[in-house]
Ligand binder design. Structure first.
Ligand code: NDP
Ligand code: MG
Length: 390
């Protein structure tokens, strides 16, 4: 019997690659999707998708947009608004949710999916960065586990599977170094959005590409791995593989390294997640072993990266601290892309966010609302700081 799936962020970089695979995968029945503001993509998709009946859809649009879509597609339930993604996850008759939304907007649907015991295939790392503790409580209550799509985390999951319970010495996360590898902060003061968007190895959405240039992405990935695998994020070793062939590795106590090696093509990790970690075939191009370069990892000092240190500091503060940092980063990235602030202000915004009030775990106010309020307050503070003249 086919598995019913809800695909969130269908119009994005990961979402469209997931659709490439779902188009040919008869083990899934796609029943719902979400998009942000790309309504022409949605209209085109709903008119052309013939593999299954799409019954539930979220769009980030106005009441008029919803009315127009309802008249075009009368058999579909449409959702919008701040709580709409949560309602979509609740109502859509899917047991599997692939979340490829970018940013904090992806947290509510991940939280609702985990609270309902649905199987979550997760690309939206921000869900775990801002609310990993809340999501993990829900997963534990339903004996569920997230299936990661982020390439480093899919690599860890595969390596752990291969380790078969043998004792682990450490996790090693790889990093391409991004477009500004080996540049000092002072050399980055005048970089343009165009330069920051030219990632050496991966083609991704704009926000994660800037996060890769600042290295906030690597900081977020340490926290993501922490919640996924129950480890201390600061215990993970970061190594640079400029070609992104080694997607990550673990070192066993017996001295053996297990690594996931392959082309930098996100169809691989998405296919891994869709196979529910069981493995897939025909998704990525297989290369002859001789054509894959060796492991010429370069050393990397995570203590030298302000982004990684700020994220780890936020993690240690706990509660809503990383929700504030994530929101400050999202706003600052947005302002940088609009050429309203320089690149280095992204670090300044994140640093500032760690001084914002924190609601801690155990406080009666702790929960989704506290995270959402911290997100809103941090965005407002960052916009005020950079857009209002004193
Ligand atoms: P994109 O920007 O390409 O796509 C983001 C998706 O989220 C789009 O469908 C967009 O809709 C939707 N979206 C944006 N804002 C909102 C909102 N407020 N409400 C509802 N939907 C919204 O990003 P990516 O595909 O690159 O990344 C998606 C996630 O996957 C991120 O969390 C990223 O960190 C993670 N990831 C991505 C990788 C990659 O290779 N791209 C690798 C590893 C992780 P629309 O375009 O219609 O506005
Ligand atoms: Mg990654």
């Amino acid at each position: 019997m086919s598995k019913r799936l809800l695909l969130l962020g269908a119009s994005g970089n990961i979402g469209t690659q997931a659709l490439d695979l779902l188009e040919k995968d008869s083990s899934y029945e796609l029943v719902g999707v979400s998009v942000g503001s790309n309504l022409s993509f949605l209209e085109n998709f709903l008119s052309s998708w013939k593999q299954s009946a799409i019954t539930h859809v979220y769009l980030n649009g106005s009441e008029e947009d919803i009315a127009r879509f309802r008249s075009l597609f009368p058999n579909v339930f449409f959702y919008r608004g701040e709580k709409g993604l949560g309602e979509l996850v609740k109502d859509c008759p899917a047991d599997y949710v692939l979340n490829a939304i970018v940013g904090f907007a992806g947290f509510l649907p991940s939280y609702v999916a985990s609270s309902l015991g649905k199987t979550l295939l997760l690309a939206n790392k921000e869900s775990l960065v801002v609310g990993g503790a809340l999501i993990n409580e829900q997963l534990a209550a339903h004996h569920q586990k997230i299936i990661p799509i982020d390439s480093e985390h899919a690599a860890f999951a595969k390596c752990l599977d291969a380790a078969g319970g043998r004792p682990i010495d450490r996790f090693i996360i790889t990093c391409s170094g991004g477009p500004f590898y080996r540049k000092t902060l002072s050399e980055l003061s005048n970089v343009t959005p165009e330069a920051a968007l030219s990632h050496p190895t991966w083609k991704m959405g704009k926000k994660i590409t800037i996060d890769s240039a600042t290295l906030f992405n690597k900081g977020f990935e340490l926290v993501e791995a922490g919640y996924l695998f129950g480890i201390d994020p600061s215990s993970i070793e970061v190594r640079v593989d400029r070609r992104s062939h080694v997607h990550s590795a673990i070192l066993l106590k017996d001295g053996t390294y297990l690594a996931d090696v392959g082309p930098s093509d996100m169809h691989g990790p998405i296919g891994y997640a869709l196979s529910l970690g069981k493995g897939h075939s025909g998704v990525i191009e297989t290369k002859d072993l001789a054509s894959i370069p060796g492991t010429d990892f370069e050393p990397f000092d995570a203590e030298e990266s302000p982004a990684i240190q700020l994220v780890l500091q936020g993690y240690r503060l706990g509660g809503t601290a990383l929700a504030s940092l994530n929101a400050a980063n999202e706003e600052a990235v947005h302002l940088f892309l609009e050429k309203r602030i320089p690149f280095l202000s992204i670090y300044e915004a994140a640093r500032l966010s760690l001084s914002f009030p924190i609601v801690k775990e155990g406080d009666p106010r702790w929960g989704y609302e506290a995270l959402s309020e911290a997100d809103h307050a941090a965005r407002a503070a960052i916009r005020k700081r950079y857009l209002e003249k004193p």
